[in-house]
Ligand binder design. Structure first.
Ligand SMILES: C[C@@]1(CC(=O)O)C2=NC(=C\c3[nH]c(c(CCC(=O)O)c3CC(=O)O)Cc3[nH]c(c(CC(=O)O)c3CCC(=O)O)/C=C3\N/C(=C\2)[C@@H](CCC(=O)O)[C@]3(C)CC(=O)O)/[C@H]1CCC(=O)O
Ligand SMILES: NC(=O)c1ccc[n+]([C@@H]2O[C@H](COP(=O)([O-])OP(=O)(O)OC[C@H]3O[C@@H](n4cnc5c(N)ncnc54)[C@H](O)[C@@H]3O)[C@@H](O)[C@H]2O)c1
Length: 269
């Protein structure tokens, strides 16, 4: 039951933002329409997320072509007979940027097998057709630079290891988003003593390993969540980062108590 007193403890709603998510596209099929510089950026983002890519465009720039070759992908041309196309498709690799369709976009290029569609063309009519067709199949779509035709916007992303930070300005200032991204990246890689190191990245990996062990050895879900949260809250990033497997095992034996890292270190020497 809510009452007037505890309502003030709940976060205030500030509407007008986007829903910030880490969309999982691993092994999912996505379609890119266009083969220019924005398409090349989309390819980098999508390959980093382990998606499978088909790209359709009458022209392709060097970077897109480089990615196609890097992935061992195949090119299907307009002159290919249907039989030939099917034969080529049956030998395509299953992952990465696997197919380049070398011609202008057609409505039939979009089908229910695609999880997402990205258009990066300078032809509004093509973008509109790709958008309408995606909507017909209820596929989420991003039309670069046309906010009303976007189910989701891109943002400026900073990434190191498993850590990803995205800056969105809600479509107001994309150029500034990339500047803010750089400032955040610099701030994040500075360790507590001002050194440039990967402490934060190592700490994330370390907590990942600890959580796997904790799940194995502590059956009480609420208790183990509180335990891991307390370690994250009370230990420094560099202490978390340097934790070794034998120290983790020793720490788990102390559950539900969370001692200082120095104690765990001393007791495991
Ligand atoms: C962040 C980034 C990610 C990425 O695309 O990967 C991104 N745009 C980037 C750069 C960039 N885009 C533009 C310029 C030229 C300078 C300028 O105009 O400012 C530059 C700067 C440059 O290239 O340096 C032109 C532009 N962009 C949009 C419009 C339409 C409009 O505003 O109406 C126009 C004007 C067209 C015109 O004038 O007609 C719209 C969108 N661009 C977005 C994302 C989404 C909102 C993001 C947010 O909330 O901030 C959104 C809404 C939809 C989308 O495309 O997803 C990427 C940099 C990150 C990186 O480098 O990693
Ligand atoms: N959001 C962003 O970050 C951002 C930044 C710069 C530009 N843009 C916008 O994105 C769009 C693409 O920009 P770009 O720099 O990649 O342009 P570009 O000219 O490098 O690439 C456009 C591509 O579209 C292809 N194309 C043309 N007709 C086509 C068709 N019928 N079917 C399929 N593909 C077709 C071209 O062959 C080319 O490969 C433009 O509208 C631009 O304004 C967005």
């Amino acid at each position: 039951m809510s009452n007037e007193n505890n309502q003030t403890e709940y976060p205030e709603i500030i509407s007008g933002g986007g829903l910030m998510l880490a969309w999982q596209v691993k092994n999912k099929e996505v379609l890119i329409v266009g083969g220019g510089s924005v398409a090349a950026q989309r390819i980098v983002s999508l390959l980093s997320a382990d998606a499978n890519i088909t790209l359709v465009s009458p022209e392709i720039n060097d970077e897109c072509l480089f990615r196609l070759k890097e992935c061992g992908g195949i090119t299907i041309t307009n002159d290919d007979s249907e039989e030939n196309q099917l034969a080529r498709l049956s030998i395509k690799p299953k992952t990465g940027f696997h197919t380049f369709i070398h011609r202008g976009f057609r409505e039939s290029d979009i089908h229910a097998g695609f999880a997402l569609v990205f258009t990066c063309v300078n032809e509004p009519v093509v973008s509109r057709l790709a958008y309408d067709t995606s909507k017909k199949y209820k596929i989420p779509v991003n039309v670069a630079d046309v906010p009303p035709l976007c189910d989701f916007y891109f943002g400026a992303v900073w990434r190191e290891g498993s850590i990803q930070v995205m800056v969105s300005t809600g479509g107001k200032a994309p150029g500034l988003a990339r500047v803010i991204r750089s400032k955040i990246g610099t701030a994040l890689t500075e360790s507590e003593d001002g050194e440039q190191d990967g402490g934060m990245v190592a700490a994330v990996e370390s907590i990942g390993r600890l959580r796997a062990l904790v799940k194995e050895h502590i059956p009480d879900v609420k208790g183990r969540m509180k335990f891991v949260r307390e370690i994250c809250d009370t230990w420094t990033i560099s202490e978390i980062a340097r934790m070794k497997k034998n120290e983790m095992i020793h720490l788990i034996k102390k559950y539900p108590e969370v001692p200082a890292y120095s104690l765990i270190y001393e007791e495991t020497q």
